[in-house]
Design a protein around this ligand. Structure first.
Ligand code: 5GP
Length: 205
């Protein structure tokens, strides 16, 4: 039974149908290079009533990019104007380029009753957590972190400096993971996608 049905009064009219039919915000983030994009592409968008939020970026399109589908590719000046006009729900710099989620991408899709997927880096995700505390936040981690944690607590053959550097990085990443409602290990892209699909289904009920 969905929420609209369970709230229905005796006459059968749904209460707050509009509110209940509003789509969910799904934030998928994680350390750079963890495979967010690969995992995201394995989700069944139709079955999950899911659409991608299309970000703006100042980076140049790659061969596989399609304007308006993978990103809106804009000049740094146009990006800055949108920042000044308050058009982004979040924005961040990554590898010398700017990336941002227009508020409109979230709001219009939500109003249409769609669950909105935002696959973004960690700084932007933190901004969105404050604005949308109800969002379903998922942090994808590489299995290497698990391996690393085991190594750090066991007897390793690495030198002290290497262990210290890895510990620092692991701590940073685990601290970020704590801010998310769900942590998924990307040990296998399809398995991770299946776990994320389950999270979306459960959180969108
Ligand atoms: P790429 O240039 O490889 O497509 O993306 C680089 C990074 O930017 C990835 O970690 C991707 O998740 C992130 N990203 C894509 N769109 C956005 C966005 O709108 N906001 C933020 N903060 N990060 C984004």
């Amino acid at each position: 039974m969905n929420k609209a049905e369970s709230n229905a009064p005796a006459c059968g009219c749904p209460v707050k149908a509009e509110e209940n039919s509003k789509g969910k915000i799904i934030i998928l983030s994680g350390p750079s290079g963890v495979g967010k994009n690969t995992v995201r592409k394995k989700l069944d968008y139709d079955a999950l009533n899911l659409v991608n939020s299309v970000s703006w970026t100042t980076r140049a399109p790659r061969a596989e990019d399609i304007e308006g589908v993978t990103y809106h590719f804009v000049t740094p000046q146009k990006f800055e104007e949108a920042v000044e006009a308050g058009e982004f729900a979040e924005h961040a710099g990554f590898a010398d380029h700017a990336y941002g989620t227009p508020k409109e991408q979230i709001e219009s899709n939500q109003k249409a009753g769609k669950n909105v997927m935002l696959e973004i880096e960690v700084q932007g995700a933190e901004q969105l957590m404050e604005k949308y505390p109800e969002a379903t936040t998922i942090f994808l981690v590489p299995p290497a972190i698990e391996d690393l944690r085991m190594r750090l607590t066991g007897r390793g053959s690495e030198d002290e400096a290497s262990i210290a550097a890895r510990l620092k990085r692991a701590e940073t990443e685990m601290n970020l993971a704590c801010k998310y409602k769900y942590v998924v290990v990307n040990d296998d892209a399809q398995r991770a996608a299946d776990e994320i699909a389950q999270i979306i289904r459960e959180s969108a009920d």
